[in-house]
Design a protein around this ligand. Structure first.
Ligand code: NAP
Ligand code: HSE
Length: 436
C-alpha cells in the first residue's frame, strides 16, 4: 500500500517544538505502523536562526519567515508551539483559513479564543486539536470528550501547573526557598518564558477555563475565574500545614451544584492522605467526577519537552488517521458550548486556614473567637505557637475555620486586624473541600 506523507510546519522549536520533533524522529516506526502514514516536518519557524539548539534538525528546515509555512501549499498541518497570544493566534487563524489543520499546545490562545478558532476550523473543514494545552502528556481533554462523554460531570479538580507543583514540592520536602525552587523549575523547562504566568496562577486559570468548557459545556473566561498564585506561601505555612495533616497545592477546582458552577484557582490545603497530596514535582493530576463513572483520576507529567511532545504528536496522529479514513473535512469540537443551563457563581464557600501574629495576653483569643463567631464562621481547629526570635513579643495563632465565603472571611479579618494586639494577618489559605 502506497503511504501518504503528512507534511507538517512547526511554528516554534523551543521546549515543546524540540520535544515534538524528537518524538516524531524517535517513534517514526511506531507512528507509521499505527497510521499507515508517515509524518514529515518540512519547515520550522524560529525567531533566532543562529541560536544553538538542544535538539538538532537539518539547517534547511529552519526559517524565520512564517509565510514559508502559512503560505506553503504543501504543508497539511501547522503545529503551533510558539507561546503567547500574538502572533500565535494570528498564525493559527491564517493557517485554518488556508485550509491547514492545526495542533497547538497554547492554553492562553485556546482559553481566550478556542470557541472562535473551533468554529473557524469547522467552517474551513479542517481539524483543530489542543490536547497538550492542559496537563502536558495527560490525555484529559480526550478522556473527557470521548470515553467519559456520556457522564454529567459534577466536579473537576486538580493540579494543572507543573512549575508551581515543582516549587511547592521542593519547599515542602527539601526545605527550599521559593526563589531557588523557581530557578530550578525554569532550568528544567517547565516554567513559561515569563514565570509570572505560572506562579500567579494565570496558566492554571487558562487550563481550568479549557477544562470547564470541555467537562461542563459552558465557557467561563479565564479573567472571570477567581485566581490566586503561590508567591505568598511561606516555609512556615508548609510546616503548619503538615502539623494539621495537610500539604499545600495550587488547585484548579470547578464544581457544579444544580444549575450553578463554582470555580477557582488558588493554593489549597490538601489532606495528606488524599491522592492529590501525593502528586509531586512537575507531575499533574486531574480528578473528574461523573454521575455514572464516579471518580476518575488522570496522573502524569504535566510539563516538559517529551510529555508535551507526546500529546502534540498524539493529535497529529489523530489527523493522520483522518487522512487514512478520508475524514479530514470535519473537526469534531472538544466541547459544545452555550447549550447548558449552568450559571457561573464565583468561588463559592470554603474552609480556610488563617495564621496571625498577636500579643500573648489575657482575652486575646476570646475577642478573636467572638469576631469569627459574629461573622458566622466556626473555628474547627486552633493552635498557638510560642513566640520566636522572628516573632518577638507576638505569638503565631493558627486557625482552621469552617465553611464561609471569601468576602465574609475578609470582613471578619479586617475587624480582627483592627485590634491593637494583632500585629498582622500572615496567611489565608483555603482548605480544599475534596469530599472524598
Ligand atoms: P519556548 O521554549 O519559549 O519556545 C518557543 C519557540 O517559539 C522558540 O523556538 C522561539 O524561537 C519560537 N518563537 C517564539 N515567538 C516567535 C515568533 N514571534 N516568531 C518566530 N518564532 C517564535 O516555549 P515552550 O515551552 O516550548 O512553549 C510553547 C507553547 O507550549 C506555549 O504555548 C506553552 O504554553 C505550551 N506548553 C508548554 C509546556 C512546557 O512544558 N514547556 C507544556 C505544555 C504546553 P527561538 O528558539 O528562536 O527563540
Ligand atoms: N508552564 C506550564 C507548567 C507548562 O508549568 O505546567 C505546561 O503547561
Amino acid at each position: 500500500m502506497k503511504k501518504k506523507t503528512i507534511k507538517v510546519g512547526l511554528l516554534g522549536f523551543g521546549t515543546v517544538g524540540g520535544g515534538t520533533y524528537r518524538m516524531l524522529s524517535t517513534n517514526a516506526h511506531t507512528i507509521s505502523y499505527t497510521t499507515g502514514l508517515s509524518i514529515e516536518v518540512t519547515k520550522i519557524l524560529v525567531r533566532d536562526l543562529s541560536k544553538k539548539r538542544d535538539v538538532s534538525a537539518p539547517d534547511e528546515l529552519f526559517t524565520d519567515n512564517p509565510d514559508d509555512i502559512l503560505k506553503n501549499p504543501e504543508i497539511d498541518v501547522v503545529v503551533e508551539v510558539l507561546g503567547g497570544i500574538h502572533p500565535a493566534f494570528d498564525y493559527m487563524e491564517e493557517a485554518i483559513k488556508a485550509g491547514k489543520h492545526v495542533v497547538t499546545a497554547n492554553k492562553a490562545v485556546i482559553a481566550k479564543d478556542g470557541p472562535y478558532l473551533t468554529q473557524l476550523a469547522i467552517d474551513n473543514k479542517v481539524i483543530l486539536r489542543y490536547e497538550a494545552s492542559v496537563g502536558g502528556g495527560i490525555p484529559i481533554l480526550n478522556a473527557l470528550s470521548t470515553s467519559l462523554q456520556a457522564n454529567e460531570f459534577t466536579e473537576v479538580v486538580g493540579i494543572v501547573n507543573g512549575t508551581t507543583n515543582y516549587i511547592l514540592t521542593q519547599m515542602a520536602e527539601n526545605d527550599m526557598e521559593y526563589a531557588d525552587a523557581l530557578k530550578q523549575a525554569q532550568a528544567m523547562g517547565f516554567a513559561e518564558a515569563d514565570p509570572t504566568g505560572d506562579v500567579e496562577g494565570y496558566d492554571a486559570v487558562n487550563k481550568l477555563s479549557i477544562l470547564i468548557s470541555t467537562a461542563f459545556g459552558v465557557r467561563v473566561a479565564p479573567e472571570d475565574i477567581p485566581r490566586e498564585g503561590i508567591t505568598n506561601i511561606t516555609k512556615e505555612d508548609m510546616a503548619y500545614a503538615k502539623q494539621f495533616g495537610y500539604t499545600i497545592k495550587l488547585l484548579a477546582h470547578a464544581r457544579r451544584y444544580r444549575n450553578t458552577l463554582e470555580c477557582s484557582v488558588q493554593p489549597a490545603m490538601v489532606p495528606l492522605g488524599h491522592p492529590l497530596a501525593t502528586v509531586k514535582n512537575e507531575f499533574n493530576a486531574i480528578f473528574a467526577k461523573g454521575n455514572a463513572v464516579d471518580d476518575v483520576m488522570l496522573y502524569g507529567k504535566g510539563a516538559g519537552a517529551m510529555p508535551t511532545g507526546s500529546a502534540v504528536v498524539g493529535n497529529l496522529l489523530e489527523i493522520a488517521r483522518a487522512y487514512a479514513f478520508g475524514t479530514t473535512d470535519r473537526t469534531i469540537p472538544t466541547a459544545v458550548n452555550d447549550n447548558v443551563n449552568l450559571q457561573f457563581d464565583g468561588e463559592g464557600q470554603n474552609m480556610y486556614y488563617v495564621t496571625l501574629l498577636a500579643e500573648d495576653m489575657t482575652g486575646v483569643l476570646g475577642k478573636i473567637a467572638t469576631k469569627f463567631g459574629d461573622a458566622g464562621i466556626a473555628i474547627k481547629s486552633f493552635v498557638q505557637h510560642p513566640s520566636t526570635k522572628q516573632t518577638g513579643r507576638y505569638v503565631p495563632l493558627i486557625y482552621i475555620l469552617g465553611e464561609t465565603t471569601r468576602d465574609r472571611l475578609n470582613e471578619a479579618l479586617e475587624d480582627i486586624s483592627g485590634f491593637t494586639f494583632v500585629k498582622e494577618i500572615k496567611s489565608v489559605i483555603c482548605v480544599a473541600d475534596l469530599d472524598r
